[in-house]
Write a protein that binds this ligand. Structure first.
Ligand SMILES: [Zn+2]
Length: 307
C-alpha cells in the first residue's frame, strides 16, 4: 500500500536529493555525460562568494559503542594531552597510550572515573577504535578529505638500498573503517569451541596440539613494547592464551612449533580477526618495494604534524 500513497513535500525533497548530478529537470531523465546541468529558478542556487559561509562547528565530545559492547564517551584532545606525548617518563614506562586514553575518556560504560588500569584491560581492538574516534573528533583537515579523516604518514622505504622518504595520505573512513569486522559470535567458522565471556577460542591443530587464543588487551601490548621489531612469533604469541590447556604461553614456546602449525595458527587468527585492520600499505615512489606500516605506530595518528 505504501507505494500508492501520495508523496508529501518532505519525502519528495529527500528523493530529489538522491538524483544523479546530471538530472535533467526538463526531460525528466539523466542527461548524457558532459551536458551542462540546467538551472531552473526553483533549484538551489550554487554558492557565490557573497554568501557568508560559516564553518560548521566541530563537536567537542563523542559517544559511541565499543566493539566488545558497552559505551564510551571521549572529549577532544587538548594541549595537556599533546604534552603527554612528549613526557619522557611516560615514554620510558610504555604508559603513553594508557595515560592518554585515561585522560580523554570521560565515561566508560557508566563510570566517569577512568584509570590507566581500566584502559589497560580493554581489548586492543577497542583501544584502537577509541583512538580512531578521537582522530575523527580532533584530527586536522588534510588535503580534500573532511576534517579528522586524513592522516599524513611519512615513512622510509624498507628496502635497505633505497630508504626513500615516502609521504602518503590515508583516509580513516575509506582505508580503515571499511575493514571493520565485529567480534565473532561463536567459533563455528573455524570449528573451535568458544568462550563468549572471555572471547577465547579453543581448537586442536592438525598435529594434535590444542591451542586457546583470544584477543590482545592493553596489558599484552605493553609486554610486547620492549620488542622493537616484533617477529611473526611475537605477533602470534600476543593472541595465544594456552597450549594444551596450560596458561602462560609466550613466543619462546612457539619456537618449538612446526612451521605448518604456525601457518595454521596464523590462518585461524586471521579468520577470527575483529576490529579495524590497521595495516597501511605503502608503495615506494622510487623503487618497486611495497611495505606495510601499522596505524598505531605512526606518530601522526596521535600528534598530527609530528614527524
Ligand atoms: Zn624504495
Amino acid at each position: 500500500m505504501k507505494s500508492t500513497m501520495p508523496i508529501d513535500g518532505k519525502e519528495k525533497a529527500s528523493r530529489q536529493k538522491k538524483r544523479h548530478p546530471n538530472w535533467d529537470p526538463i526531460h525528466g531523465k539523466n542527461a548524457p555525460p558532459g551536458t551542462k546541468p540546467v538551472i531552473s529558478p526553483d533549484m538551489p542556487r550554487p554558492a557565490s562568494k557573497d554568501d557568508k559561509l560559516e564553518p560548521a562547528p566541530r563537536e567537542t565530545s563523542s559517544t559511541f559503542d565499543l566493539l566488545s559492547g558497552g559505551s564510551c564517551t571521549i572529549r577532544g584532545m587538548m594541549g595537556s594531552d599533546e604534552q603527554m606525548l612528549s613526557d619522557p617518563a611516560l615514554m620510558r614506562e610504555g604508559r603513553i597510550i594508557d595515560a592518554l586514553l585515561a585522560a580523554f575518556i570521560v565515561d566508560l560504560d557508566g563510570s566517569d572515573n577512568v584509570t590507566e588500569k581500566d584502559v589497560a584491560h580493554l581489548f586492543t581492538v577497542d583501544r584502537i577504535w577509541i583512538l580512531i574516534k578521537q582522530y575523527q573528533l580532533s584530527g586536522p583537515k588534510i588535503g580534500n578529505l573532511p576534517p579528522g579523516d586524513g592522516i599524513e604518514i611519512v615513512t622510509r622505504c624498507t628496502s635497505k638500498t633505497c630508504r626513500e622518504k615516502n609521504e602518503s595520505i590515508t583516509s580513516i573512513e575509506r582505508d580503515l573503517i571499511s575493514t571493520l569486522r565485529p567480534f565473532p559470535e561463536n567459533g563455528d567458522e573455524v570449528g573451535a569451541s568458544y568462550d563468549p565471556e572471555k572471547r577465547e577460542f579453543t581448537k586442536q591443530l592438525s598435529t594434535g596440539r590444542e591451542i586457546t587464543w583470544g584477543y590482545s588487551r592493553g596489558i599484552n601490548e605493553r609486554n610486547s613494547q620492549g620488542v622493537q621489531n616484533p617477529s611473526m612469533l611475537d605477533m602470534l604469541a600476543l593472541r595465544l592464551r594456552k597450549i594444551d590447556g596450560k596458561p602462560g604461553a609466550h613466543a619462546g614456546m612457539l619456537q618449538k612449533f612446526q612451521r605448518w602449525e604456525l601457518a595454521e595458527m596464523r590462518k585461524l587468527y586471521e579468520q577470527t580477526r575483529a576490529g579495524v585492520d590497521t595495516r597501511i600499505t605503502i608503495f615506494c615512489k622510487r623503487c618497486p618495494q611495497v611495505y606495510d606500516v601499522l596505524l598505531e605506530a605512526q606518530m601522526a595518528f596521535f600528534f598530527p604534524g609530528a614527524r
